[in-house]
Ligand binder design. Structure first.
Ligand SMILES: [Zn+2]
Length: 258
């Protein structure tokens, strides 16, 4: 079939042109979307979020900034030690803010714009807990997970457009990921962010074992009627906890120097 053949040729050429590998894990990623415009877009969105939110400047907010800066330094240190794994030449304009919002959540946009909601503080409880959540979210950005998701949705849209032309299928059926906040990352991306986050915690001088304490606490909280929203995008079952345990004991993790 002609169209099918055309689509596979386009798809394969895109893969050949744009395959890169994720830092640390080395997993192959499809990155079609340019990084610079995505970062610009996230800076604009971050400003909008801050303008529409209550940005706190209390002691908790200071801890958020402190942890964020420590993790950002750890990221830089990691790439100094492993320059071959650096995938991006763009310098992140890091920013860490605590927003007054009951939703238990936190995120990091491409380019290093981080938000922590007050709703997650009862779960993080202390600086170590914050380090678990923030290093995990920062790891999503460092591994370019939203860029990867946008690239995948671009392919879907591209295929959608071609199908639209060929068969009259409306393009709206193929979603796009224009919102850079609260993405539903894939399970693979989640595991990668867990592992990368643990590495950044270790380099920053935090206790990576606290990740187990945090996720077990979240697992307990999810038992009741009011499951924290953070869990809707972060499946928290025994698989996640077992993966973290296994990674903490791996040679790869033990060999990471501070
Ligand atoms: Zn995540």
């Amino acid at each position: 079939m002609k169209l099918k053949k055309l689509l596979s040729i386009i798809f394969i050429s895109l893969l050949v042109i744009s395959c890169s590998s994720a830092p640390i894990s080395g997993r192959k990623q499809l990155l079609l979307v340019d990084e610079a415009p995505l970062i610009q877009q996230s800076y604009t969105q971050y400003r909008q979020v801050l303008n529409q939110s209550v940005v706190l400047n209390n002691n908790d907010a200071k801890t958020v900034k402190k942890v964020g800066n420590n993790i950002a330094k750890a990221v830089e240190r990691y790439f100094q030690l492993h320059p071959e794994e650096r995938r991006s030449n763009i310098k992140y304009a890091w920013e860490f803010n605590l927003l007054k919002d009951k939703t238990p959540n936190a995120w990091c946009m491409p380019g290093g714009k981080v938000a922590v909601y007050t709703g997650i503080l009862p779960y993080t409880q202390n600086e170590q807990g914050l380090a678990v959540v923030m290093s995990h979210e920062i790891a999503h950005a460092i591994a370019q997970h939203s860029r990867e998701q946008q690239s995948q949705s671009m392919i879907q849209n591209g295929v959608g457009a071609l199908l639209g032309v060929a068969f009259g299928v409306p393009q709206e059926l193929y979603g796009s990921a224009s919102n850079l906040i609260m993405l539903n990352y894939s399970r693979t991306q989640e595991t990668e962010a867990d592992e990368l986050g643990l590495i950044f915690m270790k380099i920053a001088g935090y206790n990576p074992n606290y990740a187990l304490t945090f996720w077990q606490r979240m697992a307990k909280a999810s038992g009741g009627n009011q499951s924290p929203e953070f869990l809707s995008t972060h499946p928290n079952d025994q698989t996640r906890i077992n993966n973290i345990k296994r990674f903490l004991q791996s040679e790869k993790f033990k060999n990471i120097s501070k």
